[in-house]
Ligand binder design. Structure first.
Ligand code: ADP
Ligand code: MG
Length: 497
């Protein structure tokens, strides 16, 4: 991260030790008592929570770039909806990948089976999250202005998409609650006037209202919303707050939680393809699990997925939405001219085209072999990604050559190569359970996620909106910043001009 430009801090750092200790203690309690919390992985008990790691004060983010990201989300929603409904595109784009990536192959088989037997439900509910980072070496600005000054790395230039999530897009609760912790802290620091620069965040309401809208469309007052969950849930607040929000605002709608195994054991289809689990008919299925191989212990869980896909329940995501969120699809979308297939407005194509950083195929052909050579030559420029979600699967920089060399040419098709984004650095206090007190100032980098909700079928989109945001921040030296994994922390943007 040496040489990355820096963003100014929201409050002057360091904070005097006595005040820092007092405010940090208070903020930790505030976090636990407002559900900014998780179950401990090292000391697990379903009966207790730790506060989730958080940044004491918000990290700066350029206002213009934030607003641009928010404004683009409904176009991204439409793009992903159209991609998900383009059978030919999904089939050709994933053709090589599914030969070597068993997990994506299994998803694809379900897709093909459902296509063959007919979709039980034409509508899909998409709850998306587009993740992005500021790119301090933005080339676009230099080209447009022809301005020498901009050739220097810049903290306020532009952002690039890291990935788009179409399944289990989390932090609908932890996003807004991070803003609440930090506004509390700013008030305690006598900086309440700064809170106005923290954008409003209604992610929880936006996401839940999407589920409720889908439930209404399904139109059976007795049917429930079912969350598909892991066997053990660590990020429990970020699921339960969704459930509790729905129950509070719409008390007539029941929410249940089931694992894939439970759906297998208790699920069946009714005469009109209704999904019945136990004695409950399911209107909407919201997947918070099912995105990684470890969630499928045996054929039972795959059978459960197929049962749900062939049912009349509205799925978030349906199988084609899940496939549209693969890294391979993102890589294909970033190729010149590809967007024209999905978006008609030239201005929108231009705007979306700019959010992609370099993404390269590693298929077994000339293009893929060139990518391979390029990765071996200058590995420090890249990150290597498989078709996985949930963090911890990518290979970075100098580790890439060894990993690539061990693969056969065919095996490489399961991966894509991506330009490493170099975000600007800011400073902050990262507060974590069991962490050092008083905390010390560390260098950090942030990743912004913008939520979007879309409902529609192959012919129409009936609902499309942007639904709040989340910010995750990690120590500047870490490759990845999963909050539960330990290097990342909750944060929220402090907009600067
Ligand atoms: P996952 O689906 O596992 O979340 P991501 O593509 O989001 O996979 O990568 C995980 C993390 O790795 C990101 O949150 C980000 O911190 C880091 N990362 C991913 N792609 C890049 C990139 N192109 N440049 C810099 N960091 C990246
Ligand atoms: Mg990610």
């Amino acid at each position: 991260m040496a040489g990355n430009p820096t963003l100014e801090e929201c409050v002057q750092l360091p904070i005097k030790e006595e005040l820092l200790m007092e405010v940090t203690e208070k903020a930790k309690d505030w976090a636990i008592m407002h559900g900014a919390a998780m179950r401990s992985k090292t000391n697990f008990s379903a009966d207790s929570l730790n506060f989730a790691p958080f940044l004491l004060t918000p990290s700066s983010f350029p206002r213009k770039e934030f607003e641009k990201a928010v404004a683009l989300q409904t176009i991204i929603n439409r793009l992903m909806h159209n991609v998900a409904h383009d059978e030919e595109f999904l089939t050709t784009t994933l053709a090589e990948t599914i030969k070597v990536d068993e997990f994506t192959g299994n998803l694809f088989n379900i897709y093909k089976k459902v296509l063959a037997s007919g979709f039980g439900q034409r509508l899909s509910l998409g709850i998306l999250r587009s993740d992005l980072m500021l790119e301090s070496r933005c080339k676009d600005l230099i080209n447009e202005n022809g301005n020498k000054e901009n050739e220097k790395p810049c903290a306020y230039c532009c952002w690039k998409q890291v990935e788009i999530n179409t399944i289990a897009s989390g932090f609908g609760h932890l996003g807004p609650i991070s803003r609440a912790i930090q506004s509390f802290v700013l008030s305690e620091l006598d900086c309440a006037e700064k809170i106005k620069n923290m954008p409003d965040n209604q992610a929880l309401a936006g996401i839940c209202n999407g589920m409720v809208r889908a439930w209404e469309i399904y139109n059976n007052p007795k049917a429930v919303i079912m969350f598909i969950i892991e066997d053990v849930t660590y990020n429990i607040c970020d699921q339960r707050f969704h459930e509790f929000y729905i129950r509070e605002k719409y008390p007539h709608i029941k929410v249940v939680r089931r694992t894939l195994t439970e759906v297998h054991d208790a699920g069946k289809l009714g005469l009109e393809k209704q999904l019945v689990v136990g004695d409950l008919e399911v209107a909407v299925i919201y997947f918070r699990a099912g995105y990684e191989p470890g969630h499928y212990h045996s054929h039972k869980e795959w059978d459960a997925r197929y049962l749900m896909e062939s049912s009349k329940a509205i799925k978030c995501p349906s199988i084609h939405y899940h496939l549209a969120g693969t890294k391979k699809v993102q890589q294909a979308l970033a190729q010149p001219e590809m967007l024209e297939r999905f978006i008609s407005d030239p201005e929108e194509i231009k705007a979306i085209g700019k959010i992609f950083t370099g993404l390269y195929s590693l298929e077994d052909n000339d293009v893929g072999n060139n990518t391979y050579e390029m990765a071996l030559k200058e590995p420090e420029r890249f990150v290597l990604k498989p078709q996985r979600e949930g963090g911890g699967n990518n290979v970075y920089g100098l580790d890439i050559p060894d990993v690539l060399r061990k693969m056969s040419r065919v095996e490489r098709s399961a991966w894509i190569l991506m330009d490493l984004i170099k975000p600007p650095i800011s400073k902050g206090y990262m507060i974590r359970p069991g962490g050092q007190m008083p905390p010390s100032v560390v260098d950090v980098v942030s990743e912004l996620g913008i939520f979007g909700v879309v409902i529609g079928d192959v012919d129409n989109i009936i609902c499309n909106y942007q639904a709040g945001h989340m910010l995750r921040t990690k120590v500047a030296t870490a490759n990845e910043g999963g909050v539960a994994a330990g290097l990342g922390a909750l944060d929220s943007p402090y907009l600067v001009d």
